[in-house]
Write a protein that binds this ligand. Structure first.
Ligand code: AMP
Length: 513
């Protein structure tokens, strides 16, 4: 195998993760885990006594037997400052994700008799800067060299695009375990350009499981609040039992019209029958939400002059539900292709990773596509200020959502009053394509101050330039009459360098089970 291809592509999923590599024939292949499975549940459990983490299928089983020592769906907590774990072992989303990544890479290296550390990790297109940085940090804590973080639908399109040589516009509908993404992508002469992207990073298969689990609980006569922030072992155990049985039933319903769910409760086994019609009715609200999001992204693409979608591809385990394919086909009046739904993202990431490595070898390239990909970001970035006529607080976007990932853009602002000797630049992240938005529709990332050498009169122009690099790093350059602010955004909630080093060295001594 040639050296430059020794790099993994990793789909770090909410419910399952997957790792792939380019094999000696130049084909992307998934590396099974040490249990021989192509995907690994993204669940971490801690052995009692030692607190040694174990990851995957066995950890998933511990959700019922040992729920207060087990963590699942951690990807949903990326970027969440108020994360409260239901697990007794104090952890954070970065570290838990690092365990999952380490298990994937260690198992793949063992299978390949290799010691590969270079990786590309995927994340939902909808992830903001902090979530992306935390994903990258999880890789660093796991001892990996993260070459890039790319969007899941983009990775799926790469995997798909490599197998098709025709130029076309495709819509990728990606419904995973915890997230939903839609991207409209153009494949042209082997290069891939993302034209529009969007989604919801709190909408996925687990929400289908939850609605079915609520129904089952009601039928059995269990009173339980699925949304409660309760850390009680019995509560978590019964909740997870209901959720895992709902997931099993959901999967079975992709092949059958009716399933029987057995719930052991109060010394008795309760048998509940669930039909596919009932399941579809219970969850139709969720499917409708994905269709609304898909329409939004189609409208965004239309605003960029794209009127025709040649093909639709379905990615993510949840697209196995027949109602998803049927509904997407009905809405778009075309055939939706479902291919490799669990593995396409990891394979695409592996192809992208190999391309990046080849480019690095050739030396830096200025502009254009990276690894043959021009990706688009779902995030907007702007500066908090006061509207001139109304003095209302607004965020004036400098980088609009749906712009290329690598971008530098400038806007002008002005001083508010005579004799102003300092300027505050609150930098917000949102998902808007509008120039001016309400601060409540955006998240404050960081505030910068610029002290001026003298007092300036009202309405003196201020230039503000924001830059986002391909790595997702944000920079601000602001200038007023030779007074300059030039800084890189430090993100709240991400580990500092020393925390990162500490976590890395702790990880070195940990053997993942
Ligand atoms: P992914 O994140 O792409 O691995 O997708 C995981 C999600 O796909 C989980 O919510 C699974 O329950 C769901 N899933 C996997 N297989 C099926 C199936 N046969 N039918 C319905 N959902 C499935």
């Amino acid at each position: 195998m040639s050296q430059e291809r020794l790099v993994y592509g990793i789909d770090l999923g909410t419910t399952n993760s997957c790792i792939a590599l380019i094999d000696e024939y130049g084909k992307a292949v998934v590396n099974p885990n040490s249990e021989g499975l192509n995907t690994t549940p993204s669940v971490v459990s801690y052995e009692s006594g030692t607190n040694n983490p174990f990851v995957g299928e066995v950890a998933k089983e511990a959700l019922i037997s040992d729920p207060t020592r087990t963590v699942a769906f951690i990807k949903r907590e990326m970027g969440n400052d108020n994360f409260k774990s239901t697990c007794d072992v104090p952890e954070n989303p970065v570290k838990v994700s690092a365990y999952i990544l380490k298990k994937l890479v260690d198992d793949a290296n063992q299978g390949n008799c290799a010691n590969i550390k270079d990786v590309v990790i995927t994340c939902p297109a909808y992830f903001g800067t902090r979530e992306r940085e935390q994903t990258k940090q999880a890789g660093v804590v796991a001892g990996l060299n993260v070459l890039s973080i790319i969007n899941e639908p983009t990775a799926a399109a790469i995997s798909y695009g490599v197998e098709t040589n025709r130029n076309k516009t495709i819509l990728v509908y990606d419904l995973g375990g915890g997230t939903f993404d839609v991207s409209i992508i153009e494949i042209k002469n082997g290069e891939i350009e993302v034209l529009a992207t969007g989604g919801d990073h709190r909408l996925g298969g687990v929400d289908w499981d939850t609605l079915l689990a609520k129904y089952i609980a009601k039928e059995v006569g269990i009173t339980i609040d699925f949304e409660a922030q309760c850390f009680d072992k019995d509560y978590l155990s019964i909740k997870n039992l209901l959720l895992l049985n709902a997931e099993k039933a959901k999967k079975a319903l992709t092949k059958r019209n009716e399933v029987m769910v057995n719930i052991p409760y109060n010394g008795k086994t309760h048998r509940i029958s669930v039909s596919s019609t009932l399941f579809e009715q219970l969850t139709s609200v969720l499917l409708n939400q994905t269709i609304d999001k898909m329409e939004e992204v189609i409208d965004l693409a239309k605003s960029k002059g794209i009127s025709k979608i040649d093909e639709v591809i379905l990615v993510g385990g949840s697209t196995r539900m027949p109602q998803v394919k049927n509904r997407v086909e009905k809405e778009l009046s075309c055939i939706a292709n479902i291919k490799d739904p669990d593995m396409a993202v990891a394979k695409g990431a592996a192809i992208f990773a190999a391309r990046i490595k080849e480019e690095v070898k050739k030396g830096p390239r200025i502009g254009g596509a990276i690894g043959g990909i021009k990706d688009t970001s779902a995030n907007s970035y702007g500066v908090g200020c006061f509207e001139k006529d109304t003095d209302k607080e607004i965020v004036q976007n400098v980088i609009l959502a749906q712009s290329p990932v690598a971008i530098k853009s400038a806007s002008s602002f002005c001083t508010r009053f005579d004799g102003q000797k300092g300027i505050t630049f609150p930098i917000y992240e949102g998902t808007s394509t509008e120039n001016d938005i309400d601060p409540l529709d955006a998240t404050l990332l960081e505030t910068f101050e610029l002290d001026l050498k003298k007092g300036y009169e009202k309405d003196t122009p201020i230039l503000v330039e924001l830059e986002r690099t391909t790595e997702g790093i944000l920079k601000i350059y602001a200038e007023i009459d030779g007074n300059v602010l030039n800084a890189e955004l430090k993100l709240n909630g991400v580990l500092t360098d020393s925390e990162l080093k500490k976590a890395q060295s702790e990880m070195r001594n940990i053997k993942i089970g």
